[in-house]
Ligand binder design. Sequence first.
Ligand SMILES: NC(=O)c1ccc[n+]([C@@H]2O[C@H](COP(=O)([O-])OP(=O)(O)OC[C@H]3O[C@@H](n4cnc5c(N)ncnc54)[C@H](O)[C@@H]3O)[C@@H](O)[C@H]2O)c1
Length: 368
Amino acid sequence: MTTDVTAPTRTLRAGFVGGGFMAAVHSRASRAAGGGLAGGASSSPERARSAADRLGLGVAFDSVDEMVASPDIDVVHICTPNVTHAAIARAALEAGKHVICEKPLATTRADAEELTELAASRGLVTAVPFVYRFHPMAREARARVAAGEIGRLISVQGAYLQDWLAAPLDDDWRVDSALGGPSRAFADIGSHLVDLMEFVSGDRIVRLNASSRTVYEARATHDDIATEDLVALVVELGSGAVGTLLVSQVAPGRKNALSIELAGSDASVRFEQERPDTLWVGRVGMSTTIERDPARISHDAARLSVVPAGHPMGYQDAFNAFVADAYATINGGSPEGLPRFEDGLRAVRVTEAVLDSAASGDWVEVSA
Ligand SMILES: NC(=O)c1ccc[n+]([C@@H]2O[C@H](COP(=O)([O-])OP(=O)(O)OC[C@H]3O[C@@H](n4cnc5c(N)ncnc54)[C@H](O)[C@@H]3O)[C@@H](O)[C@H]2O)c1
């Protein structure tokens, strides 16, 4: 069943934690979804005021605790460094708020499991922004796979390549496990790659073998860096299909090159998020590139197409659709494909298996 992503039935009052890149993206998406921007909190009252002024969040709360306790907030968006997610999400859920928490949901499996159970026991709506699911042509790929167009899945190939940490002195809080958690490249972007591949294929990784590298152990402001710059993976899926995935933040020239390709017995599909308005369908006789055209794509892909064919859509549009679907779910709808805390937990479990395999060199089973 689907609902129209543009039709929320009740104005939700949204509070935002953090004031950086993601708080800006979330707050734009909330506004587009008809949310009421009702407050912000950050690492200090001054930073909260700055974020509230820059992003138009209204009230600047002195602390996260004060914001989650406010009766004027319905849903909390968590847009802070990774290690802070679990405690903020727990406080928000315990205060009875719906929660949209950035990935990784948590930096330990125990925390991710506890949060998922807590949300279920309170009957609250949760979501994790695996937003590449919200590109219409990713949905089109999923619809075609589900309809049997590619036949029996044989292999998968995927990559998520970036270069913003490719120079030796490039730096960020993410390289520090005390803020980013034990995995960097995989938790940060590999989690998106696996989520998208599993979402489109309808299949799941059951075993994997990972090899990782920390290319630069010191950067401008960090020494003894233990988090990985890149991971190469061989995977086996529940269906018996096999695949390879490469995740790197040190790939010169690659900005945000997320791609997945599924090869079946009858056809292949390939989606590249830097060219999100197209889908490649490969066949032995003739391959085609399909352009996004709401009149000619599946219902679920068409409902996410907010502008006609030939009018390019992109990352913020996908994010807007994600938040609109999260709000529609809070308002009692059940739109297709909203990534929930269960999906965030899944990503944490896959990340844990990647770290285990990279450390031991062994194949590791991924718990369901
Ligand atoms: N879903 C996506 O597509 C996507 C993309 C980029 C980042 N992310 C995730 O979003 C999160 C935030 O990333 P970002 O790029 O916005 O980071 P950022 O560094 O731009 O912003 C982080 C913000 O959090 C605030 N902050 C730090 N510690 C805090 C604390 N203890 N309490 C409250 N506020 C605190 C900082 O002041 C800052 O405003 C990360 O977990 C990252 O993995 C997701």
